[in-house]
Design a protein around this ligand. Structure first.
Ligand code: SDX
Length: 394
């Protein structure tokens, strides 16, 4: 009893919404985007085609695909003034802090020209975000390593352009490895959308007030940063590094099961998947391909990850609680092999998820009956009482 309310321990807040974009069956480990299985999209499609699918609901015709690719390519540059925002950050600022600030700052450039009630302007805002977030992400990396920003190039594909902006330097030509670019593109596909996760729900709630889409995406980036969500890929690498050797795995598995220990196996478990995360399976295959392409034979972190997965999947605690590797478990090993610092891992997640966020935002704005979000609460505080002056308090 809390006085004015009868507290029902079974009460759970069921904030839910309708969507046609992504379907997840957590028990069966199924993930569909507009009805297409993630495994088929990862294997046969490319990221910009998946962007078109998420935004428009259908796969593009060849002509539609070519036009969409050209539109995105021609929006990849950012306003020169935007570069000044970076100079306000310390060089060692976390790139996710920079992403929150600079993506949010896009509002200052496009707020006045983005009437969210105009379908054309909604689509233009979507294209601008999909096109410019990779440029801003690459700029965040360049700023952190003290190198000059590299402009996007219209002759490169989406993932290729991002890798070029990230790793090229003005002093010499930089050729992007096509196998690595393909792996990067597939990693973007695997992170594109995932139904009503914490950051997508954040974008929807922010957008339900009519806030401009650039500010809403910045809110999504902030939510994704948490180690329980998109920050897990960075946390997985730190965990594998802390484990340091396969012999120490049982010690950490024991800690993960200890209720008095706050340690959790990062990259394991999921709010929805109570089976294998289908993205993790594709990610594990991609990991092997990238390490082979880069000639990395014995990656100690991969050895620890594979052994940790084997041990955990045989452990009754993890089996009983249905804890399986999720999308974040292998992604960090790939990104580290490609050359990204751990601080950039969640930035890459945000880069890819921007299309999911903006597709879900657009779907919500286009819903004729959508209202401002207003989650309900169960009040368990003090009942009504009268104020007591300071001199009457002990
Ligand atoms: C993402 O929602 C999305 O779709 C997110 C995402 C996306 O694409 O947007 O898929 C991306 O965020 C993937 C998740 C990345 N996070 C991590 O890998 C961090 C480590 N995992 C956990 O913190 C945890 O599994 C969560 C946060 C993902 C889920 O947390 P829950 O909801 O508490 O997990 P649960 O209800 O399934 O837990 C069941 C039990 C609990 O124990 P009891 O309270 O029943 O005793 O399992 C335990 C949990 O304590 N548990 C773990 C564990 N994950 C859950 N125990 C040890 N190690 C873990 N990793």
């Amino acid at each position: 009893e809390t006085g004015c309310f009868t507290y029902d321990p079974g009460f759970t807040s069921t904030a839910s919404c309708e969507s046609k974009i992504t379907y997840i069956d957590g028990d069966e480990g199924i993930l569909l985007h507009r009805g297409y299985p993630i495994e088929q999209l990862a294997e046969q499609s490319d990221f910009l085609e998946v962007c078109y699918l998420l935004l428009n609901g259908e796969l593009p015709s060849p002509a539609e695909k070519a036009k969409f690719e050209q539109t995105i390519t021609r929006h990849t540059m950012v306003h020169e003034q935007l570069a000044n925002f970076f100079r306000g950050f310390r060089r060692d600022a976390h790139p996710m802090a920079i992403m929150c600030g600079v993506v949010g700052a896009l509002s200052a450039f496009y707020h006045d020209s983005t009437d969210i009630n105009d379908p054309h302007q909604r689509m233009v805002a979507s294209h601008r975000l999909i096109a410019k977030v990779p440029t801003i992400a690459a700029m965040a990396y360049k700023y952190s390593v003290g190198q000059p920003f590299v402009y996007p190039r219209n002759d490169l594909g989406y993932a290729e352009n991002f890798l070029h902006m990230t790793f090229a330097v003005p002093c010499e030509p930089y050729k992007v490895n096509p196998v690595i670019a393909k792996a990067m593109d597939r990693i973007f596909i695997l992170h594109a959308d995932h139904e009503q996760n914490a950051s997508t729900s954040t974008v929807r709630l922010a957008g339900s007030s009519g806030a401009n889409p650039f500010a809403c995406i910045a809110a999504g980036i902030a939510s994704l940063w948490g180690p329980a969500h998109g920050g897990a890929n960075e946390a997985v690498l730190k965990m594998l590094t802390e484990i340091g050797h396969k012999d120490r795995i049982p010690e950490f598995v024991k800690r993960a099961k200890d209720k008095n220990d706050s340690f959790r196996l990062m990259g394991f478990g999921h709010r929805v998947y109570k089976n294998f995360d289908p993205r993790a399976k594709v990610m594990r295959q991609t990991c092997s391909e990238v390490l082979a392409e880069l000639g990395i034979k014995d990656d100690p972190l991969l050895d620890i990850a594979v052994e940790l997965e084997r041990i955990a999947l045989q452990d009754e605690y993890f089996v009983e609680k249905k804890l399986y590797p999720n999308v974040d478990f292998y992604s960090g090993i790939i990104l580290k092999a490609i050359g990204f610092p751990t601080s950039m891992f969640t930035v890459l997640f945000a880069l890819a998820r921007t299309v999911g966020w903006i597709s879900q935002w657009k779907e919500m704005i286009e819903d004729p009956v959508q209202k401002i979000g207003r989650p309900r609460q169960l009040y368990t505080g003090a009942t009504r009482r009268d104020y007591r002056p300071l001199n009457e308090r002990g």
